[in-house]
Structure formats: structure tokens, C-alpha cells
Design a protein around this ligand. Sequence first.
Ligand code: GLN
Length: 194
Amino acid sequence: SAKVGVLALQGDVREHAALLVRLGADVVLVRRPEELAAVDGLVIPGGESSVIDKLSRIFGMQEPIRAAIADGMPVFGTCAGLIMLADTVTDAIDGQESFGGLDVVVRRNAFGRQAESFEAELDVPELGGAPVKAAFIRGPVVESVGPAASVLAALPDGRVVAVEQENLLGLSFHPEITGETRFHQRFLDRLAPR
Ligand code: GLN
């Protein structure tokens, strides 16, 4: 079966890995280029994007991940992971870089502080079925969506919180902590079987 990597530099790696295992995936924690080379898709967890960025450069992972994205590897980012996938990040920490790939502008910490975390129900027509229970924890908002990307979900006030573009999927929120499995399944469905 396909091998799924979870980028394990910082963030809620275990929550993603546990959910993927529940869905029957063959999960590998990825910290080094050799580990990335052995997987068919990659999840970038929530956490702190500036730290993930820094560690990815220290571990020599920035260029390999950019190359994998350009090469069409399916990559799924939640929260900090969405920030890492965005072509443009506003309110970034000085010198912070993303991997890029998603034709969007995201604003970090757009929903305020940790204490202002909230849950919302989102209609996601592409997933069908019941609304998504979404947990927002200092998440980013997608401020603009370029022509290459498309919107999967928005809050009732119109703020975009889920986007997709070919091999890439990015969410402002954390399905891995509310038991929502459909986005992970959608990502897994994109991995080429071995
Ligand atoms: N605020 C974090 C960042 O800028 C994202 C928060 C999260 O992933 N829960 O990376």
C-alpha cells in the first residue's frame, strides 16, 4: 500500500499519525530527505509555522519538500501546515519562509490568540454528507485565492478556510483533533497505490 509521511519536525504529529493509522494508512514520520524520498504523500501538521520553517532548513528539508511539491507529490497541510504551503504569507515572523505551492495569500494568527480558539461547523460540498466540525486554534485565514487554487470551505462570514490545488490541500483548522476523517481520506485517495 501507499506510504504516507507526516512531517515530524514540530507540531501535532501524533494526532495526524494516529488518524492516518485509523484509516489504514502505512505511516512514516519524516525528518530527513531520505525519509521523504520513501513516501508517496506528506502531511504537514499544525504547530508553529516559523518553527517548522526554521527546522526544515536546519534539517535540509526545505529544498526536498519544495521539489516534491513541484513534482506533484500529494501534500496536506493543516493550520501551520497550510501556512507552509502558501505562496505568500502575511504577518510572517521576520525572515519566515514557506515551502509554497498553493496559489494563495494566508494571514497568520488571523483569528486572534490561543484563548480565542473556537469551533465552527462548515459546509464542505466537495465532501458531501454532514457539516465539518472544525477547530480553529490561532489559525491562518486565506486572504486571497489565486486562479490556480480553489476554495473548499469558508466560514459563514465568507472567510476562506480550506483550499485545494491539484496535489495540494490546505486547511486553517484541525480535523485531526475533532475526529473529522474526510479530509485525510480525500488526501489518501490521491496517493498512487504501490
Ligand atoms: N499560529 C500558528 C502559526 O503561525 C499556527 C497555529 C496552529 O497550527 N494551530 O504557525
